[in-house]
Design a protein around this ligand. Sequence first.
Ligand code: NDP
Length: 291
Amino acid sequence: MPAQLIDGKAISAKVREEVAADVRHLIDTTGVEPHLVAVLVGDDPASAIYVRGKQKACEKAGIRSTLHRLPAETTQQQLTDLVQQLNADATVHGILVQLPLPDQIDPVAIIDAVAPEKDVDCFHPENVGLMVQGRPRFLPCTPHGCQRLLIESDVETSGKHAVVLGRSEIVGKPMALLLMQRGLAADATVTVCHSRTRDLAEQVRQADILVAAIGRPKFVTADMVKPGAVVIDVGINRVDDGIVGDVDFEPVREIASAITPVPGGVGPMTIAVLLQNTLKAARLLAEQSAG
Ligand code: NDP
């Protein structure tokens, strides 16, 4: 029997409705309108599509959204100045600097420059530290989106062996951290694989839950998947005939018990969690000014 399809579109719609209701409540009770500012530097077409998607989702959820578009030749200082101006602006709750940035700009310095209270991507070291210690301010968008998919699909993770393929700061590393922590969609025994992993296929085959985030089209083949595994495919790879994930979807679907499609799996969840984080940032500010 082919695997159950984990429908990220439907699950993200549910999360977005929850956010929209909470946004209305926040506005009614405090007058604070959550506001996300996106900063897009240069003209990478994929980045422009991502930012547009995030803006549209904000608007639908009742979150105000503003876009700052800067030219490709923007300097580090100019971008830092803009970030500092947004940090100081009390009407701005979330700041999102779309990555990747042009070569002349150091992304780490920009991540560090964003006020932690407005870092809705959860990239700032203060927020990463809080997350690692199990007392998060914000949750990392893509990894927590994957967790929510597991929760909504009633996937038991406690005591299971989770394998995370990829160790990036944005996806793989925080994903592994969340899965090993106590709590919902967590409590797993986690293995992290990367480009230096030996016997990678053998490691991946141990997974009860597999999260693939390496950016290699159809890398995970059916022979690498344990029968009955739950497969979460984070990859977004542009190939000649469209977009594919890191998992060879059709054959793996015959073996797994549940699987996310690409597109329509993890992608929409990333945006939904971004909205949750923006709402949280606005709420924290409202509480601060009330208290
Ligand atoms: P990075 O390129 O930053 O990291 C890729 C990771 O995969 C690295 O840890 C790398 O190992 C590892 N890797 C690469 N090739 C191999 C290989 N052949 N075998 C084993 N490990 C390998 O990518 P991201 O984490 O940012 O993104 C991963 C994928 O997820 C991309 O397709 C991206 O587009 C997608 N993505 C999707 C999102 C969504 O919302 N759905 C959000 C963010 C990303 P090493 O560290 O050793 O180099």
